[in-house]
Ligand binder design. Structure first.
Ligand SMILES: CC(C)(COP(=O)(O)OP(=O)(O)OC[C@H]1O[C@@H](n2cnc3c(N)ncnc32)[C@H](O)[C@@H]1OP(=O)(O)O)[C@@H](O)C(=O)NCCC(=O)NCCS
Length: 172
C-alpha cells in the first residue's frame, strides 16, 4: 500500500513514506551516500515528522527519498533569536533516475511540510565537493552560512546551507 500522491512528474510520484517502504529507502541511502544510520533511526525520523519523510516512486519502486526533521534552536539567519527550523537530514535519488527534477521536487515538498509545521527556516549540511547537490540547493535559494571543518568521518568539510521559509518554497 502506498500513501496519497502529493505531486507527479513524468511517470514518477512523490508521496509520504510508508513503514513498508523503509527497506527501499535504506537501500538507496547505502547506494547513494557514505552517511548511513541505524534502522531504528529511520523509523524514529518517520514517526517524528511523517509529513517530511517523502519518497519518489515509479510504480511500486522507490527511486528517491528525503528525510527531514524539525528542530528548535538558534536561528542560522537572524543572530541570536530562537526559531523552529527544518533540518534536511538526507536526500538521495538513485543514479539512473537523476536529473529529472526529482531532487528538486523532494526538496520543495519537504520545505512545504516544514512551513506547514511552523518552521521559519531550513538548513542542511553538504560535502564541499558535492557540486550537484550544492547546485540544486543554490537554485532553491539556499546560501552557505558556515563551513564546518572535518564534519564528515573521512575528514571532509561541510557547508552549512540555510534558507528562510518566509518566502515561496517552489522554484520560480
Ligand atoms: C543531489 C541529488 C539528490 C539531486 O537529485 P536529482 O533528482 O538529480 O535533482 P534534480 O533532477 O531535481 O536536479 C535539480 C538541480 O540540481 C542540479 N543538478 C543536478 N544534477 C546535476 C549535475 N549532474 N550537474 C550539475 N547540476 C546538477 C541542477 O541545479 C538542477 O537544476 P535544473 O533542474 O535547473 O537542471 C542527487 O544528485 C543525488 O542523489 N546525489 C547523491 C546523494 C547526495 O549527494 N545527496 C545530497 C547529500 S547533501
Amino acid at each position: 500500500m502506498q500513501s496519497a500522491v502529493l505531486r507527479s512528474i513524468d511517470g514518477y510520484e512523490i508521496r509520504r513514506c510508508m513503514p513498508e517502504q523503509m527497506g527501499q529507502v535504506i537501500d538507496i541511502n547505502l547506494r547513494a551516500l557514505p552517511e548511513h544510520y541505524s534502522n531504528d533511526f529511520y523509523y524514529e525520523l518517520l514517526e517524528g515528522f511523517p509529513e517530511g519523510f517523502l519518497v519518489a516512486t515509479k510504480g511500486e519502486s522507490v527511486v528517491g527519498y528525503i528525510i527531514n526533521r524539525i528542530e528548535f534552536g538558534f536561528s542560522n539567519i537572524k543572530g541570536f533569536s530562537l526559531v523552529k527550523k527544518g533540518h534536511v537530514v538526507s536526500v538521495a535519488v538513485l543514479e539512473e533516475h537523476r536529473n529529472k527534477g526529482l531532487g528538486r521536487i523532494l526538496m520543495e515538498e519537504g520545505m512545504k511540510a516544514m512551513k506547514e509545521k511552523g518552521c521559519k527556516e531550513v538548513f542542511l549540511e553538504v560535502r564541499i565537493t558535492n557540486s550537484n547537490a550544492i547546485a540544486l540547493y543554490n537554485s532553491l535559494g539556499f546560501k552557505v552560512s558556515d563551513r564546518l571543518r572535518h564534519y564528515y568521518r573521512d575528514g571532509e568539510d561541510a557547508y552549512l546551507m540555510v534558507r528562510s521559509l518566509e518566502q515561496s518554497t517552489t522554484h520560480e
